[in-house]
Design a binder for this molecule. Structure first.
Ligand SMILES: Nc1nc2c(ncn2[C@@H]2O[C@H](COP(=O)(O)OP(=O)(O)OP(=O)(O)O)[C@@H](O)[C@H]2O)c(=O)[nH]1
Ligand SMILES: [Mg+2]
Length: 454
């Protein structure tokens, strides 16, 4: 899969591993390699520059905990940045087996719809679904026979009617046919790919969707078109809120990286990719795993984990120190928020700090509302100067205005956060005082704080 991209990225990784130290010269060389590899895979120039600039910044300038080498960190940064180029978030297609689900496949001529239907049928059948397929393509000669042949080996029934010329009629008949068969809980709908361009495709999609009322509409895109995939994904995204994407022919394409990144940039959900003609050749699209296999880093997960742990440990140490001294700054508060949003163990601890629970929402910490607040809070902190992060007291009047503007929030929100921060600082001081006098605050040390008062 994506052999050329993969082998050039692997060479880059070897270079890092083999280098005695990571310095500016090495980083420049790496960046050069990365740029060449990504451009050759048809990744958009702006996206490429964005990635390499961030790699340069982070690899050279980030302050690292003692326990991590800059070499390991550089590998992690490359991995992170490539994963975020390819979409970062993994959104698997989850259906409810207790309900009837209908997936409708669309895509321009030859993109791989029919093949994807077979692959998806196989994928869900293996997961216990009982699948039926409707051949709604009345345009391509032999379309029904192609479907039936492809699906015969896995015993999935195909409903079709060679004599019927109206796709809408076949779809209606097929739906009622499978609905009567009570054991079917997933219907896949093949459509005609007579379209050369997006507009006609989307218009027809809307017409068929009206009849079929699908659970989800899946746009099938041929990855060999590289970054041109963006236009299709964009137009599709705008037209349907229930859409996702499968990229096909990732095996045969040097441009696959371009297609994935171009689709990812639109925010579309890529569910699967096809990497061969056989019915088994369908992979769930998980950007981080995908990058792992591109880079050929079998041990990358371990490496990433230990880098993350080292950062967490450093944060915990800093936090513990701040607690002991009873000195909480906005900088600590921000670290806590970032941790809370990662939901790491320290995030859980932090949610117990008075005042922080109010921002993150109560347990479980990250309710949707809490999540949003955390994000806004982090944005607010990111608009503060170093001086302000160290000393919240100076944040008044004009500064509040500036921070609100810089973070796209309101002065009220900035004040709210300052209030909550002040309250948290006060409670912490009060707890320390009580502990100083009587050995422990009344009611004991709050759960999760024990270690911090040791
Ligand atoms: N190598 C490779 N070939 C694929 C993949 N997916 C589909 N193909 C091939 O691409 C060609 C077109 O696939 P179809 O599934 O017929 O495409 P379609 O979108 O249904 O085409 P129309 O119905 O004519 O619009 C076939 O020869 C498939 O075998 C893939 O992931 N890898
Ligand atoms: Mg077809």
């Amino acid at each position: 899969m994506l052999d050329t991209l993969s082998s050039s990225l692997r060479k880059t990784i070897m270079k890092i591993r083999g280098a005695p130290i990571v310095d500016e010269r090495l980083i420049n060389e790496l960046i050069n390699d990365l740029e060449n590899a990504l451009l050759a895979a048809d990744v958009n120039l702006d996206l490429v520059l964005n990635v390499t600039e961030r790699v340069r910044e982070r690899a050279l300038k980030d302050i690292l905990p003692m326990a991590i080498s800059r070499k390991d960190y550089t590998l992690k940064v490359i991995y992170d940045e490539l994963a975020s180029l390819l979409g970062k978030k993994f959104t698997p297609l989850r259906l409810n087996p207790d309900d009837l689900s209908i997936l409708m496949f669309i895509g321009i001529q030859g993109s791989g719809k029919t093949t994807c239907i077979g692959k998806t049928a196989n994928y869900f059948q293996k997961r216990g679904y009982s699948v039926g397929v409707i051949g709604g393509d009345t345009f391509r000669p032999g379309a029904l026979a192609q479907l039936q042949q492809y699906l015969a080996p896995i015993n999935v029934e195909v409903f079709g009617d060679e004599k019927e010329k109206k796709a809408s009629k076949i779809i209606k008949k097929g739906l009622s046919y499978f609905k009567e068969k009570r054991n079917i809980n997933l219907i896949l709908l093949d459509t005609a790919g007579r379209h050369k361009e997006e507009k006609a495709l989307l218009k027809e999609m809307q017409e068929i969707a009206k009849i079929a009322k699908p659970t989800e509409i899946i746009l099938v895109i041929d990855a060999t078109i590289g970054q041109q995939a963006q236009a299709q994904a964009d137009a599709f995204n705008r037209t349907t809120p229930i859409g996702s994407i499968i990229l096909t022919k990732m095996d045969g394409s040097a441009k696959g990286g371009g297609a994935v990144s171009a689709v990812a940039v639109t925010g579309a959900k890529i569910r699967f990719y096809g990497d061969g003609e056989k019915i088994q050749d369908l992979e769930e699209f998980n950007p981080t795993r995908f990058v792992g296999s591109l880079l050929g880093l079998g041990d990358i997960e371990g490496l990433i984990e230990s880098v993350n742990e080292a950062f967490d440990e450093q944060d915990t140490a800093e936090l513990r120190d701040a607690f002991k001294k009873g000195k909480l700054t906005l900088r600590h508060f921000k670290i806590q928020m970032e941790n809370a949003s990662k939901q790491s163990s320290i995030g859980k601890l932090v949610s117990k700090i008075p005042g922080v629970g109010a921002i993150t929402g109560q347990q479980p910490i990250l309710e949707a509302e809490g999540q949003r607040n955390v994000k806004r809070f982090i944005a607010i902190c990111n608009s503060m100067t170093e001086e302000e992060l160290d000393n919240a007291r100076i944040i008044k009047g004009r500064r509040i205005q500036r921070i609100a503007q810089g973070s796209g929030t309101s002065p009220q929100e900035v004040k709210l956060l300052l209030n909550q921060f002040n309250q948290a600082s006060k409670s912490l001081k009060a707890m320390r005082k009580m502990r100083g006098r009587r050995g422990a605050p009344p009611g004991g040390i709050p759960p999760g704080f024990e270690g911090l008062f040791g």
